[in-house]
Design a protein. Structure first.
Length: 432
């Protein structure tokens, strides 16, 4: 029923022809994205038993924050049990209950573990303000965000702790998948790239499971005007806060260069952000999909996509960009357009790239995390996670579809701080 409702919703918004192509792509017809083929074949069983991953150190404490409201007992127990099953033991679970009934409190009371902190909120002020209240009780070095009906893989904290031992990132995220209502099926894995600035400006690909350092979290807050897209807004705030931290470290004085040092400053320095935002490329979070959630029924929370659009508009405004944000045909995915163009607005962009199309198939495209995307895919398809129709930060591309900036805004020594951006409308057509 979920797939049918999504198909009808898509056709209502976009028409019959785009819906037919979307259906053919889903069915794997006419040259789908190779990455989508892998995702369609995904059926990994739950790995809830203890396995080999152990943390090399337990010095870091994680506070996992969960705002709850009238959560079904079975979902709440699965969530709590998934935290208790962690192979890493230095954690705190903060459950902030805004329910009108006692159902959540009664369920939590059955657990006897001092690491579980139950907070009964006086009123339900909405997801953002409820989470802000929960954060007051979090005392860990890193704050993790967990929905009240989702599940963690038992090794997620150990994997993150091991990564933090190698580099003290300010923010770390993992891959994720979806689970059905009775947890009998895993599907739609989200295999994410390492931190990809422009992909984040297209959608909240980071999502779950994410932890943020207390240092970074103290600069942020959940804002009720973005309820429905509060996590997306938080991650955009986090990137902006990291930019401000970088400016403080370098002594950069603002958007308008005032001295020679300012003139060489690259906003949203690619190398700096990748040193601050880490990624564990493993499915370690299970997002519950049911008809009341955006995971399975996009139309159930249309307001959330409007909130996401406003969050992006606010990010562009704070960044001093002349840009507009529009919805794409895929709900929750956006297009940011720069005026007069991306080179004029963003000094961090050294080049733009596109895709090469031969006979209706993509024969060359952007390289992301060392892998060329979209090879062999039908040009009318949107690709895995709709990447082919979104902007992405790329490592590079075929010279046939690469355009370098021609002004002197970026010096040779600063090019390592800059990025190449994939633009979906940049298409080079060749003969067979």
């Amino acid at each position: 029923m979920g797939k049918l409702s999504r198909t009808l919703s898509f056709m209502k918004r976009n028409g019959l022809v785009p819906t037919c192509y979307a259906a053919m792509e889903r069915l794997g017809k006419m040259g789908p994205d190779p990455d989508q083929i892998c995702a369609n074949a995904y059926s990994g069983p739950f790995a809830e038993e203890m396995t080999s991953v152990k943390a090399t150190s337990s010095r870091c404490k994680f506070s996992i924050v969960v705002p709850a409201y009238e959560t079904k007992d079975v979902y709440l127990r699965e969530m709590i049990d998934s935290v208790l099953a962690q192979t890493y033991s230095n954690w705190q679970l903060v459950i902030a209950d805004a329910s009108e009934s006692d159902r959540v409190g009664q369920t939590v009371a059955a657990y006897d573990d001092a690491r579980i902190c139950y907070v009964r909120l006086k009123e339900n002020k909405g997801i953002s303000e409820n989470t802000n209240d929960a954060l007051k009780y979090a005392d860990g070095d890193y704050i993790g965000l967990l929905d009240h009906d989702d599940r963690l893989h038992p090794e997620v904290l150990a994997e993150i702790a091991n990564l933090l031992e190698k580099n003290p990132y300010e923010m770390v995220y993992t891959d994720e998948d979806k689970i059905n209502e009775d947890s009998s099926l895993q599907f739609e894995p989200n295999f994410k790239p390492d931190f990809n600035f422009d992909f984040l400006l297209s959608n909240n690909y980071i999502c779950h499971f994410t932890v943020l350092s207390r240092n970074l979290m103290n600069r942020l807050s959940f804002r009720k005007e973005y309820d429905g897209a509060q996590d997306y807004d938080l991650f955009l705030q986090a990137v902006y806060a990291l930019e401000q931290m970088h400016r403080e470290e370098t002594g950069y004085s603002g958007n308008q260069p005032k001295n020679e040092a300012d003139k060489s400053y690259i906003p949203y320095d690619r190398s700096y952000l990748r040193k601050k935002i880490g990624h564990v490329p493993r499915v370690l979070y299970h997002w519950r999909a049911h008809m009341a959630s955006t995971a399975d029924n996009p139309e159930s929370k249309r307001y959330a996509y409007e909130a996401g659009k406003r969050a992006l508009e606010e990010f562009a405004r704070c960044s001093g960009w002349d840009a507009t944000v529009e919805h794409t045909k895929h709900l929750g995915f956006y297009r940011m357009s720069y005026h007069p163009d991306v080179f004029a607005v963003r000094r961090d962009v050294m080049a733009v790239c596109g895709k090469v199309v031969t006979g209706g198939r993509i024969t060359s495209g952007p390289v992301v995390d060392g892998k060329m995307l979209f090879e062999g895919m039908n040009e009318r398809y949107s690709g895995y996670m709709h990447r082919a129709v979104l902007t992405l930060e790329a490592d590079g591309s075929d010279e046939a579809c690469l355009r370098l900036r021609t002004d002197k805004a970026v010096s040779e020594e600063d090019k390592a701080k800059c990025r190449t951006v994939y633009l979906p409308d940049f298409v080079v057509r060749t003969q067979k």
